[in-house]
Design a protein around this ligand. Sequence first.
Ligand code: TRP
Length: 333
Amino acid sequence: MHKKIVLTGDRPTGPLHLGHYVGSLKNRVILQETCQQFVMLADVQALTDNFHQPQKIRENILEVALDYLAVGIDSKKTTIFIQSLIRALPELTMYYLNFVTWNRLKHNPTVKQEIVQKNFGESVPAGFMIYPVSQTADITAFRADIVPVGDDQLPMIEQCNEIVRHFNRAYNTQVLVEAKAMVSRVPRLPGIDGKAKMSKSLGNAIYLSDPEDVIAKKVKGMYTDPNHLRVEDPGQVEGNPVFVYLDAFDPDQENLAEMKAHYQRGGLGDSVVKKRLNEVLQAELEPIRLRRQEFAKDPGAIMNLLLEGSDKASETADATLRDARKAMCLDYR
Ligand code: TRP
């Protein structure tokens, strides 16, 4: 039986945070044991909305690679690579563009939302509009079966599979493979400010690389139930970010259930709950931070590992490109 192939990645626009950790990083650490996994540093995609800041993307390649290694993505089991080094990807993107209408791109919910978020208005770059097609190249070049992503990425996988079906039908081939999204069971983490999503651009994230005192300070300042004014007041647990984080991270779920009941009854102060959350997060993040510091001592070695990964990834992508070109009658040599 063929080993399942996993392809996933992140835009290297900043270091990774707890939202990435529960949403996808933990899954990747598990998947690498049973699947052939490729993890991509999506620098080309990052440039579509950061083309004025190439230096920022360049610096964050290393930061994100360190985050990967620190959480336990193992370069011996997982191929970690840099998107722009895979020359087959832009070529595949070019061919796939014939299978998407402009209208379809304009109505992609993720792209639409990002256009608003990034204040592009009418000046949205064409490169940004077509990034779902370039993401289709990322996925199909590796003939990935599984794409572990956050739920915001579901329209990308749908778009990908549409292109796969169109391409295979048009050229009467089976070269491209449809992929399945794998969405984390853990609900997405809210920001420390109570906003629905933890995100770098909203400035409400706890980073895997945050030092101990920064984590403590962020937890102390976290948004909780705004109506829980005095300790005696009954408090709300649902949607309260402090409890959402505890749900995701506290290994002692029995004690957590008691804390929740006490909070709802009244008599349990926010500071006590936050103290527990701080303990739990420090315990989870300390080993990650230490491993990160270890890897960070030798940035040259990290870059070597990314270049080797990129060579390996290129071989796979080139093979797909060769087959795709053949199906398109472009096999001149
Ligand atoms: N769009 C993803 C993000 O912003 C990153 C990404 C690029 C990706 N190519 C991919 C994810 C292919 C999964 C598969 O987070």
